[in-house]
Design a protein around this ligand. Structure first.
Ligand code: ADP
Ligand code: MG
Length: 249
C-alpha cells in the first residue's frame, strides 16, 4: 500500500458518465479536489450539479468512469460504501432532519450508533456543535419549532457530528427565506476558515467569491469552465458562462 500525503487529491472524479434513461446527466466529468480545498459549483438548473454531488457518496450510481474518495474506489465491491460515507457529510436544500427527534437527538443518533459513543460523549459533542452553529438554546426542541435557517444550521451540525473529512453542500440556502440565508452562509464560511474540505453547489455568488478556491461552471452535464472565482466572474471565456452570469448577477 502506498502512503498518502497531503498533496494527494482527497476526491478524484475521472471521466464520469451518468444516464437517466437515455439522458446523460453527467458527460465525461473529471475533477480533482485536494484536502482543504473549497470548491463551489454553479450552473443552470438541470446541469447535473446535484447528480455530481450525489455520485460522490454513491447516492447515485455512475455508469462509467471512476470516483475515488480518500484513495478508495467508491464503486468497488471491496470497499464498504457505508464506511466511506461516514467521512462525507452532506447537507441538502431540504434540511431532512428527523422530525420526531429533538435537535440533540438528531445530532447524537449516528455518533452513538456508528462511532459507538456513549450518550454522554455524543451529547457533549453535539452541544459543542450546536454552540458552533449558534443554537445551543434549541437542543431540546423539535425541528418543527425552528425557523428554516435554524433547521439548516442543525442539519450542518448533524453532518459535522460524524466528524467528516469532507462536506458536500447542495444548495443549502435555496429553500430559505432571504433573511435567513446569511446565518447559514456564516456557518459555512466559518467551516471553510477552519480548513474543511468543501464542495458547495450554490447560487450565492458573494459566498463563491469569498470562499471558493476554485469555481466550477457546469452546463448540460459537463464542466464547461473552472478557475479562480474572480477570473470566472470578470473574464468568463465560455459564452454559456457569460450568459449564465448575465442572468443571475
Ligand atoms: P441540477 O442539480 O444542476 O439542477 P440535476 O443533477 O438535478 O441538475 O439533474 C441533471 C439532469 O438529470 C436533469 O435533466 C434532471 O432532470 C435529470 N435527473 C436528475 N435526477 C433524476 C432522476 N432521479 N430521474 C430522472 N432524471 C433525473
Ligand atoms: Mg440540484
Amino acid at each position: 500500500m502506498t502512503e498518502s500525503n497531503e498533496h494527494d487529491p482527497i476526491i478524484t472524479i475521472s471521466h464520469v458518465w451518468k444516464y437517466f434513461g437515455h439522458l446523460p446527466a453527467l458527460q465525461d466529468v473529471s475533477l480533482e479536489v485536494s484536502s482543504g480545498e473549497r470548491v463551489v459549483i454553479i450552473g443552470p438548473s438541470g446541469s447535473g450539479k446535484s447528480t455530481l454531488l450525489r455520485s460522490i457518496n454513491r447516492l447515485e450510481e455512475i455508469d462509467k468512469g471512476e470516483i475515488m474518495v480518500e484513495g478508495q474506489d467508491i464503486m468497488s465491491r471491496e470497499n464498504n460504501i457505508n464506511l466511506i460515507r461516514r467521512n462525507l457529510g452532506m447537507v441538502f436544500q431540504q434540511f431532512n432532519l428527523f422530525p420526531h427527534k429533538t435537535v440533540l437527538q438528531n445530532l447524537t443518533l449516528a455518533p452513538i450508533k456508528l462511532h459507538k459513543l456513549s450518550r454522554e460523549e455524543a451529547e457533549d459533542r453535539a452541544l459543542g456543535l450546536l454552540k458552533k452553529v449558534g443554537i445551543s438554546d434549541k437542543a431540546n426542541v423539535y425541528p418543527a419549532m425552528l425557523s428554516g435557517g435554524q433547521q439548516q444550521r442543525v442539519a450542518i451540525a448533524r453532518a459535522l457530528a460524524m466528524q467528516p473529512d469532507i462536506m458536500l453542500f447542495d444548495e443549502p440556502t435555496s429553500a430559505l427565506d432571504p433573511e435567513m440565508v446569511g446565518e447559514v452562509l456564516d456557518v459555512m464560511v466559518n467551516l471553510a476558515e477552519e480548513g474543511m474540505t468543501m464542495i458547495c453547489v450554490t447560487h450565492e455568488m458573494g459566498f463563491a467569491r469569498t470562499v471558493a478556491d476554485r469555481l466550477i461552471f457546469m452546463d448540460q452535464g459537463q464542466i464547461v469552465e473552472a478557475g479562480k472565482p474572480d477570473t470566472l466572474f470578470t473574464a468568463p471565456r465560455h459564452p454559456r458562462l457569460r450568459q449564465f452570469l448575465n442572468q443571475i448577477l
